[in-house]
Design a protein around this ligand. Structure first.
Ligand code: NDP
Ligand code: MG
Ligand code: MG
Length: 340
């Protein structure tokens, strides 16, 4: 596998350029601060009235309204929520983008699905850290980095890739390793992962497990521990040492049950449905649905949130978590972005 490290990247490709980082949320604060400390000139673009404006200034960064930040910049990194990017691009970014500037993303959704159609004079590339913003920041501060993906969609200047690698170096990613990809691959696999496995698949698995136990008469408190709370222990083991390492660490009873009952619960028909979910992503069906949902004010999203808030697992959860003050809530405001 081709992986780029520090010695493959030359900060010189970006140090004389002005980088506008639009947004100061999960990714935005990390990129802006890491680049700044790597000696890259940075201006943060925000909407007037953003309560993050003062935060960015207090951290020593220049801040300007989005349109002004873009007008000053040679490289514009868009770190706004994906569903607002197309509108902000139309209204404040495109009209102010310098001829020949680089337009940059940390996720390919809007470019890949045609919500943003960049002018031909622009370089368009992506540096997508494979971790939440707070980790991109804390690893950089510790002298390390979070791995990232790099992709070039449009190379008008002829130096899009070295500039992208310089950016990746500026945020610390080449310390860990940067893997080349395409906008299509990054976007489609990201959506598939979160829908089929990480968020959709895991949430539904937990909910069905919980319902099965309480419908059989077991106490909700105990069901919660067995199917939700303990999931973290297993995921941590997978994270550190893969499926094999997890299976090595659990009891032999658990391991035998895993091999023999796992495929009973998650049978081959689930894989067929995963393929259908992937097809909807690849053919743009999911993207069209999500764009329409946003135009409709996220009505379905709101209804789903309301429905899930009524689930019995949400009645018992808060009580049990209150018994465990050592479970510091990790969902701070900086982190609620799209970590997947
Ligand atoms: P956040 O939701 O954390 O970003 C919020 C920022 O966007 C805030 O500064 C907010 O400003 C600003 N903002 C929101 N709406 C507007 C608007 N209409 N005009 C101007 N500014 C606005 O985003 P993330 O950091 O989670 O995501 C940014 C990008 O990074 C996305 O493309 C995402 O897919 C990608 N990504 C995210 C990862 C993550 O871990 N979160 C991981 C890898 C990629 P205000 O203070 O005014 O609200
Ligand atoms: Mg057990
Ligand atoms: Mg995602």
């Amino acid at each position: 596998m081709n992986v780029y490290y520090d010695h493959d990247a030359d900060l010189g490709f970006i140090r004389d350029k002005k980088v506008a980082v639009l947004g100061y949320g999960s990714q935005g604060h990390a990129h802006a601060l890491n680049l700044h400390e790597s000696g890259v000139p940075v201006v943060v673009g925000l909407r007037p009235g953003s309560r993050r404006w003062k935060q960015a200034e207090a951290a020593g960064l220049a801040v300007a309204p989005v349109a002004e930040a873009v007008a000053q910049a040679d490289v514009v990194m868009i770190l706004l929520p994906d569903e607002v990017q197309a509108r902000v691009y139309r209204e404040a970014v495109e009209p102010n983008l310098k001829e020949g500037a680089a337009l940059v993303f940390a996720h390919g959704f809007n470019v890949h699905f045609g919500q943003i159609r960049p002018r031909a004079d622009l370089d368009v590339w992506m540096v997508a850290p494979k971790g939440p913003g707070h980790l991109v920041r804390s690893e950089y501060q510790a002298g390390r980095g979070v791995p990232a993906l790099v992709a070039v969609h449009q190379d008008a200047s002829g130096s899009a890739l070295p500039t992208a690698l310089a950016y990746a170096k500026g945020i610390g990613a080449t310390r860990a390793g940067v893997i080349p990809t395409t906008f299509a691959e990054e976007t489609e696999t990201d959506l598939f992962g979160e829908q089929a496995v990480l968020c959709g698949g895991a949430s539904q698995l937990v909910a069905y497990g919980f319902e099965t136990l309480i419908e059989a008469g077991y106490k909700p408190e105990i069901a919660y521990f067995e199917v939700l709370h303990e999931l973290k222990l297993i995921v941590d083991l997978m994270y550190e040492s893969g499926l094999a390492g997890m299976r090595y660490s659990i009891s032999n009873t658990a391991e035998y049950g895993d091999y023999t009952r796992g495929p009973v619960v998650i049978g081959p028909e689930v894989k067929e449905r995963m393929k259908e979910v992937l097809r909807q992503i690849q053919e743009g069906e999911f993207a069209r649905e999500w764009v329409l949902e946003n135009q409709a004010g996220q009505a379905v999203l709101e209804a789903k949130r309301h429905k899930w808030a009524q689930h019995p697992i949400e009645q018992v959860g808060p009580k049990l978590r209150a018994m465990m003050p050592f479970l510091k809530a990790h969902v701070s405001e900086e982190d609620v972005g799209d970590a997947t």
